[in-house]
Design a protein around this ligand. Structure first.
Ligand code: NDP
Ligand code: BG6
Length: 508
């Protein structure tokens, strides 16, 4: 068995030989912003096979040279590559472009010929960097010309499907069905870029490569969990997508549900894709229905709101409805906070509070695990207020690391207590560059490791929790949507949600 020249650590498989990456949507924003810089970094680090051919496909009449120019611009803007660069030059020689309409069957016959010409006998990874509405057409055409069929001698076929994966349970099911008509589940890689973040991967290492945390990782010791994904940016140039999606579809159904299950899952028996994803599925299945679809009961555990104008990072910013491309009367939520409960021995009675929004005062994604107070307050004579709870904070971004808050004695001849932090920071501990999520995920798909990708049942189970919320909101449309000032930590309703249980959101 020859080893894959770009394997690392646990990810070993027979050499894939020649590899071709086909990017549908090669002239688009994702390709420029994320995919080409990721390919460049992986090439620079010698993580890609030397014979990787990249075939870009899109409508625009770019030609090979035009696509290479897109790459040069992309690297300059997003990978800080300026002027002559050997890695970029060698990559450019392997870039090819195919112009055409993705709904045209003939394009796929031309693609077949192109692949035979530039990378004969290669394993092929198809990347759907296209508007989601085109996913079904591309999948069907790939199947119809036989490009989805795996062949012997390393000629594997895989497909990466971008988010959003459907817009509700029914559409996600039919997309899964269509994909399964042409590809086996092992060939399908549903991307959720949060799973490629170093700190998110580290959650599994933290929990399962250390013996000391697992015994206390349960309802006996943990009081509640807060998961926050706060952004300072607004809707940016994405109103066309976002205004019909909203924060619940955009962030909660995928990224926050992934974080929730990584915290809540039981230990897998091995670090294998199926074992990890099975345990995450168990955790997701244990989440109590958030809304009763028949009665709409449960809506009071979910707060939605939309940003009004305000100040962020010292600048005046417009309200959501005044952003370019947004419907002036839009009731799309840019803020969601909700409480979920899990029916499991480990988590029964432990509330998980989830919160995400745009235009908050600070960009921060973190998981805060608050432990129960000691059963006896033996320092109450010197510390009349109850001691602070121990708090474990997993900083996903931007200040990647893990912090633990505990009580310490203040240096003094008297007994005085104060909470202190013990901090681990990626930057100061390891130095160097932290790989971008897309680098990790692209490499994993090329290697054929689906551990960090969403399985079909996960996306459906997640939609099964989220879709009833959309249905209930649709039924209660008349009530409109509360607003929050841009640059504030969300609406009063969100604070009331958690205060009702005796807690407060962590404002960072
Ligand atoms: P863009 O609109 O920027 O790009 C769409 C691409 O699809 C373009 O290359 C366009 O080609 C091509 N295209 C559209 N219609 C056709 C057609 N009929 N035939 C051939 N090509 C076609 O979208 P994004 O790059 O922003 O997004 C792509 C996907 O990635 C979406 O699913 C999005 O949700 C997802 N995503 C994007 C992120 C981002 O940062 N941009 C982040 C996370 C996910 P042309 O313009 O030449 O016609
Ligand atoms: C994307 C959402 O999936 O994640 C965006 O569509 C959001 O709306 C982005 O801004 C946040 O990603 P990150 O990596 O910046 O936290």
């Amino acid at each position: 068995m020859t080893l894959n020249p770009f394997h690392d650590g646990l990810r070993i498989e027979p050499s894939p030989g020649a590899v071709a990456l086909v990017i549908f949507g090669a002239s688009g924003d994702l390709t420029k912003r994320k995919l080409l810089p990721a390919i460049y970094q992986l090439t620079r680090l010698h993580r890609l096979p030397p014979r990787l051919a990249v075939v870009g496909v899109a409508n625009s009449p770019l030609g090979d040279e035009g696509f290479r120019k897109v790459m040069a611009e992309s690297l300059e803007e997003f990978a800080r590559v300026e002027g002559p660069d050997e890695v970029a030059d060698s990559l450019a020689r392997n870039l090819h472009y195919l112009e055409g309409d993705l709904t045209d069957a003939d394009l796929y016959r031309r693609l077949e010929s192109k692949l035979a010409e530039v990378s004969p006998g290669a394993g092929v990874l198809f990347y759907l960097a296209i508007p989601p509405s085109l996913g079904p057409a591309v999948t069907t055409h790939l199947g119809a010309v036989g490009l989805s069929r795996e062949q012997d001698q390393g000629q594997w076929r895989r497909i990466i499907v971008e988010k959003p994966f459907g817009t509700d349970l029914a559409s996600a099911r039919s997309l899964n069905q269509l994909l399964h008509d042409h590809f086996d589940e092992e060939q399908i890689f549903r991307i959720d870029h949060y799973l490629g973040k170093e700190t998110v991967q580290n959650l599994m290492v933290f929990r399962f490569a250390n013996g000391m945390f697992e015994p206390i990782w349960n309802r006996r010791y943990i009081d509640h969990v807060q998961i926050t994904a706060a952004e300072t940016v607004g809707v940016e140039q994405r109103a066309g997508y976002y205004d019909s999606a909203g924060a619940l579809r955009d962030m909660v159904q995928n990224h926050l549900m992934q974080l929730l299950t990584l915290i809540a899952m039981e230990p897998p028996v091995a670090f294998t894709a199926e074992s990890v994803r099975d345990r995450k599925m168990d955790a997701l299945r244990s989440v109590q229905p958030i809304i009763n679809p028949a009665t709409g009961e449960g809506l009071d555990a979910i707060v939605r709101a939309q940003y009004a104008d305000g100040w962020v990072d010292g600048h005046v910013v417009p309200g959501y409805c005044d952003e370019p491309g947004v419907n002036k009367a839009s009731t799309t939520e840019t803020f969601v906070a909700l409480k979920v409960q899990l029916d499991s021995w480990r988590w029964a009675g432990v509330p998980f509070y989830l919160r995400t929004a745009k235009r908050l005062p600070k960009r921060v994604t973190e998981i805060a695990i608050q432990f129960k107070r000691p059963p006896l307050q033996i320092f109450k004579q010197v510390s009349p207020t109850p001691v602070a709870s121990n708090l474990l904070i997993i900083n996903v971004q931007p200040d990647e690391g893990i912090s633990l808050r505990f009580e310490a004695k203040l240096p003094s001849t008297r007994m005085q207590l104060a909470p202190v932090m013990m901090n681990f920071r990626y930057g100061s501990t390891f130095g160097g560059e932290v790989p971008e999520a897309y680098e990790t995920l692209l490499l994993d798909a090329l290697i054929g490791d689906p551990t960090l990708f969403a399985r079909h049942d996960f996306v459906e189970a997640s939609w099964a929790l989220i879709s009833p919320i959309h249905q209930a909101w649709a039924a209660h449309k008349a009530t409109g949507i509360p607003t929050y000032e841009a640059g504030e930590w969300g609406p009063a309703e969100a604070h009331a949600l958690i205060n009702a249980d005796g807690y407060r959101w962590r404002t960072q």
